[in-house]
Design a protein around this ligand. Sequence first.
Ligand SMILES: [Zn+2]
Length: 431
Amino acid sequence: MLPRPKLNAFQKKILAAGIPVVLLAGLWLSGNSTAVTTPIELTLKPDTGAAATDTAGQSEPDPKQETYTIQRGDTLSQLFDARHIPANVLHRILEADSEYLALETLMPGTELTFQFDDQQALAALSLKLDPARTVTFSRQDDDSFQYGLVEADTHWESQILTGRIEGSFYRSGLRAGLTDAQVVSLGQILKHKIDFRRALRAGDPFAVIIGHEITDDGDEATGKTRIEGATLIRGKTTYTAFLHYDGNYYDQYGESVLPAFLRWPTQRHYRVTSSFDPNRLHPVTGRHAPHNGVDLGTPSGTPVMSTGDGVVSRIGNHPYAGRYIDIDHNGSFETRYLHLSKILVRRGQHVKRGEKIALSGATGRVTGPHLHFEFHIKGRPVNPLTAKIPTAASVPRAELAGFKAKVHREMALMDEAVDPSRQLLAQKQSD
Ligand SMILES: [Zn+2]
């Protein structure tokens, strides 16, 4: 059975503070709906010279800077044409973006800022990804563009959502206020411990702690959320998962709830033709730029595997990165596979560790066939072949005491939250 430690005053305050946030769940939901928004086309069209029709408000003499909000149906080449920016400038920006694919995530509502020099040539293009992050492509002396990311300080605010199983786990999760993506992620986190189809019974209670990323200045939600903890009670058994700062999920005893990642995305180990390097001299351009992954010398047609369980978050075809796949592994981890010849999955598809997702190839700008493979931890690319990735089965011994203290606090909060009478009590006491 669950221990039921008494809440101290601080925990009661957090719990009480959690209640009004729960009422805002609808707002959070609308803020997170970008997952179902269609990204704009990145197709490069030949420069036809035809200016786009909607240039309202841009007839002022020589604007140095213009901010434009992406509309559904926009394409980058149309936006550049409308501003008389030559197609080769867009190509150079996409070249700078090939290690990041930031322009591939353009969504309706995203703000683009064009900065022009005295000759009305494009000096910089900025892209406000969310209230905390702005990417800027700045023109260099050699007319190439350089990628830069400015990030504001943020913190995470927690919200507790509770519910009971009625019908499917998926519907029960949505009813409790989780977003579609959060239910899918929670399902993937817990599915190795519990059989959702057979084991659950109507009325089984669950609680989930959702973290929302908030800017320190301005108190704005960035739209990023994460599952910080979850409990699901089935009879005498409590299933739990807690996010550790390594990005992995562990149960209350510190045992990993997810299977380890595979280190290699291929059955065989191929020669590394270009290693992960934050400051690589590029073989084609001759410029220094990060190489955010490893290049494996795979012959075209080599089967490519997802290195972990996850959901296909993006599929695209980039003029430099070629055909590519992004896989989201429960929030903290992402893998990316470039230059593919054939993609065997679709966006939104659940994939298993070791599942064949594509055939390698030589699409995009390459010197020869290879697989470019990236591993990201919390949005940062790391060396996939050497980084500390969750291949560990449990929280390291030295971190266990801290982990258990956090688990104890969070379990107490969730445990109280699934019992409404106690929740009301906590609310009353805070009034
Ligand atoms: Zn590469």
